[in-house]
Design a protein around this ligand. Structure first.
Ligand code: PRP
Length: 206
């Protein structure tokens, strides 16, 4: 299922993020803030267990998260989404996946994966600001399914219709959370109008 955030704060911050005049310190801060807001929405259906907690006044019925949660940032641009989300989910595990796109073929090339053999989380949030061709997200979802993750969600900032379609058709069970769905990809695989290169703009390497 595709969710496009309608939250006014997300839309306002996204406008500043897209602006070519926004420099990398502010860009990084905005990625962090939007990721937090999207995470709030993407976690709205997490399962809970009943619990009891002792307050200073006595026993209270309580609810606690049932599943172990993993954050899976796709290097490098997904890194900027991790810290904000960890503020909301401080106990989440972070497992990095390194994938870059081959500039000519636009196909994903994996270069880092240190997942242990047995899965240590049940629900995985794939973090990557851009869903362009969808190749990186599709490959990461495959890696996580092979690993044994029982539920996967993709959280990104901007998607192209081509990427959404690719991810939905390869992994119809993966929920997609975005701040915006843009018009199209250009001939070199950049989202139009998008925001440029999310990795370079976060890390000042443009
Ligand atoms: C960009 C972006 C995504 C990927 C999206 O990464 O950060 O990971 O491309 O494209 P796709 O949907 O077509 O796979 P890039 O290859 O520029 O690497 P970087 O994040 O290390 O800069």
């Amino acid at each position: 299922m595709l969710h496009i955030s309608q939250h006014p704060l997300v839309q306002h911050k996204l406008s500043i993020l897209r602006d070519s005049q926004t420099r990398h310190p502010q860009f990084r801060q905005l990625v962090r803030e939007i990721a937090m807001l999207l995470c709030y929405e993407a976690t709205a259906d997490l399962d809970l267990n009943n619990a009891t907690v002792t307050t200073p006044m006595g026993e209270a019925k309580a609810k606690v998260l049932r599943q172990e949660i993993g954050l899976i940032p796709i290097l490098r641009a997904g890194l900027g989404m991790v810290d904000g989300i960890l503020e909301l989910l401080p106990s989440a595990q972070v497992w990095h996946i390194g994938i870059y796109r081959d500039e000519k073929t636009l196909r994903p090339v994996q270069y880092y994966n240190k997942l242990p053999i047995a899965p240590t989380v049940q629900i995985c949030f794939i973090l990557d600001p851009m869903l362009a061709t969808g190749g990186s997200a599709v490959a990461t979802a495959e890696i996580l399914k092979t690993w044994g993750a029982s539920q996967i969600k993709f959280v990104g900032l901007i998607g192209a219709p081509e990427g959404v379609q690719a991810l939905e058709s390869a992994h119809p069970d993966v929920d997609i959370h975005l701040a915006a769905l843009d018009e199209r990809l250009n001939e070199i695989g950049f989202i139009i109008p998008g925001l440029g290169d999310a990795g370079d703009r976060q890390f000042g390497t443009a």
